[in-house]
Design a binder for this molecule. Structure first.
Ligand code: AMP
Length: 115
């Protein structure tokens, strides 16, 4: 997989507002937030897109979702709700080709039909 800006954040070579990190995932605030809470949950393993996820990585993907759940609780948005989004390739408007889960919340979001 080609090197991305997220690889540098994972290696702590670029600054980021990190809200959670362990051996498998890192989570940091999006530099261009679309809502009061906008955090990216990123696996440290190099996976470019959803299309590249392998069956053996199912636990890692589950961990990304559980990490987002934990951060949503810590940020105080769990009860009101939030959205988890993974963009894939051109039609999905993916910009950074290192897999990441957007956790977006803290205000009323529009329905899926507004996408
Ligand atoms: P996507 O369109 O799903 O690939 O989203 C990429 C996201 O990464 C966008 O929401 C960007 O604002 C965000 N982003 C890009 N560079 C950085 C950075 N250095 N730190 C934090 N977020 C970033």
């Amino acid at each position: 997989m080609a090197e991305t800006i997220f690889s540098k954040i994972i290696r702590h070579e670029l600054p980021a507002d990190i809200v959670y990190e362990d051996d498998d995932v890192i989570a940091f605030r999006d530099i261009n937030p679309q809502a009061p809470v906008h955090v990216l949950v990123v696996p440290k393993e190099a996976i470019a897109t959803v299309n590249d996820i392998q069956p053996g990585q199912a636990e890692l993907i589950g961990k990304m979702v559980l990490t987002a759940q934990k951060i949503a609780t810590e940020e105080g948005i769990a009860e009101d709700g939030y959205r988890l989004v993974i963009n894939c390739n051109r039609h999905g408007c993916q910009e950074v080709f290192h897999l990441h889960l957007h956790l977006v919340g803290g205000r009323q979001l529009h329905g899926i039909s507004a996408i």
